[in-house]
Design a protein around this ligand. Structure first.
Ligand code: GLA
Length: 418
């Protein structure tokens, strides 16, 4: 068992054609009417949350080339973040690396990547092989291999995303004989399947020779609600095992992951569930009181209307646990979730300033030793490729031209919209 060094915690247990996501949008506040979505098994499925709306994303087709190249004079994000000893990342799809001009933007700016979809449970759990083996079987497809090779060739590190989640997870894994017409398995069988699944994820990395690329892994994604309760709806891990599925997930990950991969809990609307997250991570300790977890991942799907002080306060409070804190899926949409705004010059300037102040605030918290943050990941880089493209949340526009937002992220204040 790994020793993670943080002890003393009370025991307890264009160009919209290359989609960076094909999912629903999350919206903060007011967890009211629950939305139950029908799941299309072949596609990245929606993340069923209370208060989310559809973001229909066209299927990837062809991508026109950008008309102008303006990259040369602009500094690289990674050089700015490395001054603060942080990696900076983007989510990644195969379509992004197959287009040279997109791959060039990625290679220039980022030294960390997260598979946007390809390493989610839907894509790594093999039904036919599981039936044959009588146990869950993990397989890596060619997309994963392609993207991990790209990362290695370009000296990038990788955040693993994600193992235990209620969404984009095949339902057959919860049933006897892996047959959705059969009853759910018992708690004991599900725990055994969970252990085997988690063990195989890390074994596969090793088998393919990729272990050294990974610095972090999201062990569990999105288990808590804004009202401080555990997610129940469509959360079959919880429904079958009970609330301690969370503890077991981290217990097994801690048991099988190499020391070099930091284990994360990842969630959204973090500024509205901070108390629940603080309470939760304190339960993730072993018998000696050492954390089974290394870090808290904050998805950071934000809006320009979100209060900056509230957000930075959340980062500071979570940082006070002594665990690492990473922003794992940052994008800043225009407006609020109730009222998205058009991409007018004024609104884009507001966004540029928002990125500037957010990242300035994070660098400051890290410098003051208030938070241990070794990486920040943007959920893409160009608006046309974003799951939230209707709200223009990223750093480059749909023509791959830099926005105020990029300069904000680069901490170049005079070009960030001020
Ligand atoms: C969540 C997940 C991500 C992704 C986004 C939408 O934040 O953690 O993997 O699915 O939703 O793109």
């Amino acid at each position: 068992m790994k020793k993670r060094g943080i002890a003393g915690i009370l025991a307890g247990m264009m160009l919209l054609s290359i989609a960076c996501g094909n999912e629903e949008e999350k919206k903060p506040e007011e967890p009211t009417a629950a939305v139950t979505q029908a799941v299309d098994p072949g596609e990245p499925t929606s993340t069923p949350e209370p208060t989310k709306e559809e973001a229909s994303t066209p299927k990837p087709t062809s991508t026109p080339e950008p008309t102008e190249v303006v990259e040369e004079e602009i500094p690289a994000l990674q050089s700015v973040f490395s001054e603060h000893e942080m990696k900076v990342g983007t989510c990644l799809t195969t379509q992004m690396i197959e287009k040279d001009f997109l791959a060039d933007i990625i290679k220039k700016n980022f030294n960390s990547v997260t598979m946007e979809n390809s390493m989610k449970p839907d894509y790594i759990l093999d039904k036919a092989e599981s039936i044959e083996a009588g146990d869950l079987v993990v397989e890596f497809n060619t997309d994963i291999v392609k993207m991990l090779d790209f990362a290695r060739e370009n000296n990038m590190e990788v955040r693993g995303h994600t193992i235990i989640w209620h969404s984009q997870t095949p339902k057959w894994i919860f049933h006897e004989n892996f047959d959705t017409n059969a009853p759910f398995v018992t708690r004991e069988v599900m725990l055994a399947r969970m252990e085997s699944y988690i063990k195989q994820v890390f074994e596969k990395l090793d088998e393919y020779g990729y272990t050294d690329l990974f610095y972090a892994y999201d062990v569990v994604n999105e288990a808590w609600m804004e009202d401080g309760k555990i997610r129940e709806e469509m959360n079959y891990w919880y429904q079958i095992i009970g609330e301690d599925y969370l503890w077991y997930a981290f217990y097994y990950a801690d048991k099988y992951a190499p020391e070099s991969i930091a284990l994360y809990y990842n969630d959204y609307n973090e500024q509205y569930k901070t108390d629940a997250l603080l309470k939760f991570v304190d339960t993730l300790v072993n018998e000696e009181g050492n954390y089974l977890i290394d870090g808290i991942g904050l998805q950071a799907h934000l809006y320009t209307g979100d209060d900056m002080n509230t957000y930075l306060n959340t980062v500071e409070r979570l940082g006070a646990t002594g665990l690492m804190v990473e922003l794992t899926e940052l994008d800043v949409s225009l407006g609020t979730w109730q009222n998205k705004l058009m991409d007018t010059d004024e609104n884009l300037r507001t966004q540029g300033k928002y990125y500037y102040e957010l990242i300035e605030g994070l660098f400051k918290l890290a410098e003051e030793g208030k938070v241990k943050m070794d990486a920040l990941t943007f959920w893409g880089f160009a608006d046309g490729l974003s799951w939230r493209k209707d709200a223009s949340p990223l750093l480059y526009d749909t023509l791959y031209m830099p926005k105020y937002a990029l300069y904000g992220a680069l901490q170049i204040k005079e070009k960030a919209g001020y």
